[in-house]
Design a protein around this ligand. Structure first.
Ligand code: AMP
Length: 214
Protein backbone atom coordinates (compact mmCIF):
# COMPACT_ATOMS: atom_id res chain seq x y z
CA UNK A 1 0.00 0.00 0.00
CA UNK A 2 1.53 3.29 -1.12
CA UNK A 3 0.25 6.28 0.78
CA UNK A 4 0.91 10.01 0.66
CA UNK A 5 0.04 12.11 3.69
CA UNK A 6 -1.32 15.58 2.93
CA UNK A 7 -2.19 18.35 5.34
CA UNK A 8 -0.89 21.60 6.75
CA UNK A 9 2.23 21.58 8.93
CA UNK A 10 1.03 20.63 12.41
CA UNK A 11 -2.14 18.87 11.20
CA UNK A 12 -0.87 15.66 12.79
CA UNK A 13 0.06 13.88 9.59
CA UNK A 14 3.41 12.78 11.02
CA UNK A 15 1.74 11.15 14.01
CA UNK A 16 -0.81 9.41 11.78
CA UNK A 17 1.92 8.35 9.35
CA UNK A 18 3.77 6.59 12.19
CA UNK A 19 0.58 4.81 13.32
CA UNK A 20 -0.11 3.70 9.74
CA UNK A 21 3.49 2.47 9.31
CA UNK A 22 3.21 0.37 12.50
CA UNK A 23 -0.21 -1.01 11.72
CA UNK A 24 0.43 -1.93 8.09
CA UNK A 25 4.15 -2.80 8.51
CA UNK A 26 5.42 -0.39 5.88
CA UNK A 27 8.24 2.18 6.14
CA UNK A 28 7.46 5.72 7.27
CA UNK A 29 9.39 8.11 5.07
CA UNK A 30 9.48 11.67 6.40
CA UNK A 31 11.44 14.16 4.30
CA UNK A 32 11.52 16.56 7.27
CA UNK A 33 13.17 13.82 9.38
CA UNK A 34 15.63 13.06 6.57
CA UNK A 35 16.62 16.74 6.37
CA UNK A 36 16.89 17.05 10.16
CA UNK A 37 19.14 13.96 10.29
CA UNK A 38 21.32 15.50 7.58
CA UNK A 39 21.53 18.77 9.52
CA UNK A 40 22.50 16.90 12.67
CA UNK A 41 25.20 14.98 10.82
CA UNK A 42 26.50 18.15 9.16
CA UNK A 43 26.14 16.85 5.59
CA UNK A 44 26.20 19.07 2.52
CA UNK A 45 22.50 18.40 2.00
CA UNK A 46 21.83 19.37 5.62
CA UNK A 47 23.72 22.64 5.24
CA UNK A 48 21.76 23.53 2.12
CA UNK A 49 18.39 22.57 3.62
CA UNK A 50 18.85 24.31 6.99
CA UNK A 51 18.70 27.88 5.74
CA UNK A 52 15.35 27.23 4.05
CA UNK A 53 13.90 25.27 6.95
CA UNK A 54 14.80 27.85 9.57
CA UNK A 55 12.94 30.47 7.55
CA UNK A 56 9.84 28.33 7.18
CA UNK A 57 10.44 27.98 3.44
CA UNK A 58 10.42 24.84 1.33
CA UNK A 59 13.72 23.29 0.37
CA UNK A 60 14.10 23.51 -3.45
CA UNK A 61 12.49 20.65 -5.40
CA UNK A 62 15.82 19.50 -6.89
CA UNK A 63 17.19 18.77 -3.40
CA UNK A 64 14.29 16.55 -2.43
CA UNK A 65 12.93 14.75 -5.51
CA UNK A 66 15.88 12.40 -6.23
CA UNK A 67 16.25 11.68 -2.55
CA UNK A 68 12.67 10.39 -2.31
CA UNK A 69 12.66 8.60 -5.67
CA UNK A 70 15.81 6.70 -4.57
CA UNK A 71 14.35 5.97 -1.14
CA UNK A 72 11.11 4.44 -2.44
CA UNK A 73 13.14 2.24 -4.81
CA UNK A 74 14.80 0.48 -1.86
CA UNK A 75 13.95 -3.12 -0.96
CA UNK A 76 11.98 -2.33 2.20
CA UNK A 77 9.47 -0.38 0.08
CA UNK A 78 8.32 -3.33 -2.08
CA UNK A 79 5.08 -3.73 -0.11
CA UNK A 80 4.47 0.00 0.06
CA UNK A 81 5.32 2.99 2.24
CA UNK A 82 3.82 6.06 3.79
CA UNK A 83 5.27 9.34 2.57
CA UNK A 84 5.09 12.14 5.12
CA UNK A 85 5.96 15.65 3.95
CA UNK A 86 6.43 14.72 0.31
CA UNK A 87 5.28 15.79 -2.21
CA UNK A 88 4.84 19.40 -1.18
CA UNK A 89 4.64 21.03 -4.60
CA UNK A 90 3.04 20.13 -7.94
CA UNK A 91 6.47 19.58 -9.59
CA UNK A 92 7.37 17.13 -6.78
CA UNK A 93 4.09 15.27 -7.32
CA UNK A 94 4.54 15.00 -11.07
CA UNK A 95 8.18 13.87 -10.63
CA UNK A 96 7.03 11.14 -8.23
CA UNK A 97 4.22 10.06 -10.57
CA UNK A 98 6.64 9.83 -13.49
CA UNK A 99 9.14 7.77 -11.49
CA UNK A 100 6.40 5.38 -10.33
CA UNK A 101 4.79 5.08 -13.78
CA UNK A 102 8.19 3.96 -15.16
CA UNK A 103 8.06 1.10 -12.64
CA UNK A 104 4.44 0.32 -13.50
CA UNK A 105 3.11 1.36 -10.11
CA UNK A 106 1.39 4.35 -8.54
CA UNK A 107 0.15 5.84 -5.29
CA UNK A 108 -2.93 4.15 -3.80
CA UNK A 109 -4.13 6.85 -1.41
CA UNK A 110 -3.46 10.55 -0.87
CA UNK A 111 -4.69 10.96 2.67
CA UNK A 112 -5.54 14.53 3.64
CA UNK A 113 -5.56 15.30 7.37
CA UNK A 114 -7.82 18.34 7.45
CA UNK A 115 -7.35 20.94 10.23
CA UNK A 116 -8.18 24.69 10.13
CA UNK A 117 -5.30 27.17 10.47
CA UNK A 118 -6.39 28.53 13.86
CA UNK A 119 -6.20 25.03 15.44
CA UNK A 120 -2.77 24.54 13.88
CA UNK A 121 -1.27 27.69 15.40
CA UNK A 122 -2.58 26.68 18.83
CA UNK A 123 -1.22 23.16 18.49
CA UNK A 124 2.23 23.94 17.17
CA UNK A 125 3.23 26.28 19.96
CA UNK A 126 2.84 23.21 22.24
CA UNK A 127 5.03 20.93 20.18
CA UNK A 128 8.39 19.83 21.57
CA UNK A 129 11.17 17.87 19.88
CA UNK A 130 14.11 15.97 21.31
CA UNK A 131 17.48 17.65 20.56
CA UNK A 132 19.09 14.24 20.29
CA UNK A 133 16.79 11.62 18.71
CA UNK A 134 14.17 13.89 17.08
CA UNK A 135 11.18 12.28 18.85
CA UNK A 136 8.25 14.69 18.96
CA UNK A 137 5.78 15.36 21.78
CA UNK A 138 3.08 17.86 22.70
CA UNK A 139 2.81 19.51 26.11
CA UNK A 140 -0.95 18.78 26.21
CA UNK A 141 -1.66 15.92 23.79
CA UNK A 142 1.52 13.80 23.95
CA UNK A 143 3.26 14.75 27.21
CA UNK A 144 6.52 13.15 28.31
CA UNK A 145 6.74 11.28 31.62
CA UNK A 146 9.16 13.93 32.95
CA UNK A 147 8.52 17.48 31.74
CA UNK A 148 11.08 18.68 29.20
CA UNK A 149 12.88 15.32 28.97
CA UNK A 150 12.62 12.82 26.08
CA UNK A 151 10.97 9.51 27.08
CA UNK A 152 12.98 7.64 24.50
CA UNK A 153 16.56 8.82 25.15
CA UNK A 154 16.49 11.15 28.18
CA UNK A 155 17.74 14.23 26.31
CA UNK A 156 16.39 17.76 26.51
CA UNK A 157 13.26 18.83 24.60
CA UNK A 158 13.05 22.10 22.66
CA UNK A 159 10.56 24.14 20.64
CA UNK A 160 11.98 23.75 17.13
CA UNK A 161 12.76 26.97 15.26
CA UNK A 162 10.26 25.97 12.61
CA UNK A 163 7.51 25.52 15.26
CA UNK A 164 7.83 29.09 16.61
CA UNK A 165 4.62 31.15 16.05
CA UNK A 166 6.07 33.56 13.46
CA UNK A 167 7.57 30.66 11.49
CA UNK A 168 4.34 28.65 11.79
CA UNK A 169 2.34 31.48 10.18
CA UNK A 170 4.86 31.64 7.37
CA UNK A 171 4.78 27.86 6.90
CA UNK A 172 0.98 28.00 6.71
CA UNK A 173 1.20 30.67 4.00
CA UNK A 174 3.72 28.51 2.12
CA UNK A 175 1.40 25.51 2.57
CA UNK A 176 -1.62 27.35 1.13
CA UNK A 177 0.36 28.67 -1.83
CA UNK A 178 2.48 25.66 -2.76
CA UNK A 179 1.10 22.48 -1.19
CA UNK A 180 -2.68 22.91 -1.05
CA UNK A 181 -2.96 22.67 -4.87
CA UNK A 182 -2.01 18.99 -4.40
CA UNK A 183 -5.45 18.37 -2.92
CA UNK A 184 -7.00 19.22 -6.26
CA UNK A 185 -4.24 17.29 -8.10
CA UNK A 186 -4.92 14.03 -6.22
CA UNK A 187 -8.66 14.61 -6.23
CA UNK A 188 -8.56 14.71 -10.04
CA UNK A 189 -6.43 11.54 -9.96
CA UNK A 190 -9.26 9.92 -7.97
CA UNK A 191 -7.13 8.87 -4.99
CA UNK A 192 -7.79 11.68 -2.51
CA UNK A 193 -9.41 10.82 0.83
CA UNK A 194 -9.89 13.32 3.66
CA UNK A 195 -10.21 12.80 7.39
CA UNK A 196 -11.19 15.33 10.07
CA UNK A 197 -7.87 16.01 11.80
CA UNK A 198 -9.41 18.07 14.61
CA UNK A 199 -10.55 14.87 16.35
CA UNK A 200 -8.56 13.06 19.01
CA UNK A 201 -5.44 11.34 17.62
CA UNK A 202 -6.79 7.77 17.94
CA UNK A 203 -10.20 8.76 16.53
CA UNK A 204 -8.45 10.16 13.46
CA UNK A 205 -6.51 6.91 13.16
CA UNK A 206 -9.72 4.86 13.46
CA UNK A 207 -11.18 6.89 10.55
CA UNK A 208 -8.01 6.21 8.56
CA UNK A 209 -8.21 2.47 9.28
CA UNK A 210 -11.79 2.44 7.98
CA UNK A 211 -10.52 3.91 4.71
CA UNK A 212 -7.43 1.70 4.34
CA UNK A 213 -9.11 -1.48 5.56
CA UNK A 214 -7.68 -4.31 7.67
P1 AMP B 1 8.24 18.68 8.16
O1 AMP B 1 8.91 18.02 9.30
O2 AMP B 1 7.63 17.73 7.17
O3 AMP B 1 7.24 19.73 8.59
O4 AMP B 1 9.38 19.46 7.34
C1 AMP B 1 10.16 20.47 7.94
C2 AMP B 1 10.78 21.37 6.85
O5 AMP B 1 11.58 20.57 5.98
C3 AMP B 1 9.78 22.06 5.94
O6 AMP B 1 9.26 23.25 6.50
C4 AMP B 1 10.64 22.32 4.71
O7 AMP B 1 11.52 23.41 4.90
C5 AMP B 1 11.49 21.07 4.63
N1 AMP B 1 10.83 20.02 3.81
C6 AMP B 1 10.39 18.80 4.21
N2 AMP B 1 9.86 18.11 3.19
C7 AMP B 1 9.98 18.91 2.10
C8 AMP B 1 9.61 18.79 0.73
N3 AMP B 1 8.99 17.67 0.27
N4 AMP B 1 9.88 19.82 -0.10
C9 AMP B 1 10.49 20.93 0.33
N5 AMP B 1 10.85 21.13 1.60
C10 AMP B 1 10.60 20.14 2.50
Amino acid sequence: MKIIMLGAPGAGKGTQAKLIADQYQIPHISTGDIFRANIKNGTELGKKAKSYMDQGLLVPDELVVDLVVDRVAQDDCVNGYVLDGFPRTIPQATALDEALIKKGTGIDYALNVDVPDENIIRRMSGRRACVNCGATYHIVHIPTKVEGICDRCGSELILRDDDKPETVQKRLNVYHEQTQPLIDYYSKAGILVSVDGTKDMMEVFADIEKILGE
